[in-house]
Design a protein around this ligand. Structure first.
Ligand SMILES: Nc1nc2c(ncn2[C@@H]2O[C@H](COP(=O)(O)OP(=O)(O)OP(=O)(O)O)[C@@H](O)[C@H]2O)c(=O)[nH]1
Ligand SMILES: [Mg+2]
Length: 330
């Protein structure tokens, strides 16, 4: 099932390592009965690091990691030996992953680039050994520092797909069909609602070897923000898209109304979504004659540009790409 393989949200308990304690020790050997302090420092606790990997598209590989526990640093020892640092844990994540603390709901890290490493939960520093505390007046300090604690807590990793253009529309509007004619992606297409259950991505080739990413999202229906249909879970992917492409089918009983409902659902989810640049694609325009097309044009809002397209007859696609490119680059 495509749904089972698309994991865009996981909850894990994470802990970074505690720093090793500094040693309290004095040099003692056959020749030295009462030597100076030689307790070494503790090692650093292991970090929990996120690393971006452009080959990954989901968080599926992390699904069975319920606990991510990084190693503590080792304690220091005599002869000024520093303890070993804990071994850092590196979690590979797809680009567009956001790490959130469950309790505070704060975004703690965000991975946007391939190879980018973010120290998400730093390990505690190792404590200083007593060798560090000798002073002219106290040449035999006992004191050594404990290691600093690491961090721990329940965390969420969320994937917000990084597409330039996100398609929003009712089920059956023709979004997946459009993705399939504009890119090499092969989404499932069918004449029933909610064919697309999880977001699909395709790269659309534009002139001069330029391209942009187009995301096909599951259909939205009235009440999605309250959980109807597939709910608004997928709307979070739109937050990252720089341009919204409203896909409204020509055979809709009321295109303006449909657009209104979509805008309303987006607004309910996050009012900032309405500030995004947008374009309307009137899809399946092969079903229209010139007269009907004009009639529809009159009903559409004037503040958002629109393009009549047909994936079936491949009409209006270049104009659509031109308009999208204009919005993306202006
Ligand atoms: N006549 C005509 N039919 C189309 C066109 N594009 C798509 N369709 C048909 O519309 C139906 C729905 O297409 P999809 O691409 O699956 O629609 P969707 O918006 O992805 O639907 P959901 O995934 O359910 O949200 C299919 O039967 C398509 O064959 C078009 O340009 N012209
Ligand atoms: Mg679809």
């Amino acid at each position: 099932m495509e749904k089972g393989n698309f994991v865009d949200y996981i909850r894990v308990f994470c802990k970074s390592g505690k720093g090793g304690r500094g040693a309290s020790h004095f040099l003692r050997n056959k020749l030295t009965a009462r030597g100076g302090p030689d307790g070494g420092d503790g090692g650093r606790g292991a970090h929990v690091i996120l690393r971006g990997n452009a080959q990954l598209w989901t968080l599926l590989h992390l699904r069975y990691h319920k606990n991510i526990l990084a190693e503590d640093g080792q304690g220091g020892s005599k002869s000024n030996m520093t303890g070993r640092d804990g071994k850092d844990i590196i979690i590979e994540v797809p680009l567009g992953t956001v790490a959130i603390d469950e309790e505070t709901e704060q975004i703690e890290a965000e991975v946007l680039e391939d190879g980018q490493e973010v120290i998400w939960m730093p390990g505690g520093r190792g404590g200083l050994g007593n060798a560090n505390f000798a002073t002219p007046t106290n040449q035999a300090p006992d004191h050594a520092q404990p290691g600093e604690p690491g961090e721990e807590g329940w965390k969420l990793l969320e994937l917000k797909i990084l597409a330039d253009v996100g398609m929003v529309g009712f089920p059956n509007a023709g979004k997946s069909t459009l993705l399939s004619v504009l890119s090499a992606a092969k989404p499932k297409i069918a004449d029933y609602a909610f064919t697309t259950l999880v977001p699909q991505l395709g790269m659309v080739a534009y002139r001069d070897n330029k391209s942009f990413a187009l995301a096909d999202l599951p259909g939205i229906i009235e009440g999605a923000a309250e959980g109807r249909g597939l709910g608004h879970r997928f709307l979070r992917h739109i937050e990252r898209n720089s341009v919204l492409l409203f896909v409204i089918p020509s055979d809709s009983p009321d295109l303006a109304k449909e657009l209104q409902i979509l805008s309303h659902e987006l607004e309910e989810y996050n009012p900032e979504l309405l500030d995004k640049k947008a374009l309307i694609a009137v899809s399946k325009s092969d079903l229209l004659d010139a007269e009907l097309q004009e009639a529809i044009r009159e009903t559409l809002p004037t503040n958002i540009p629109h393009v009549f397209i047909s994936a079936a007859t491949q009409t209006g696609l270049q104009e659509l790409k031109d308009q999208l490119w204009k919005l993306l680059t202006e």
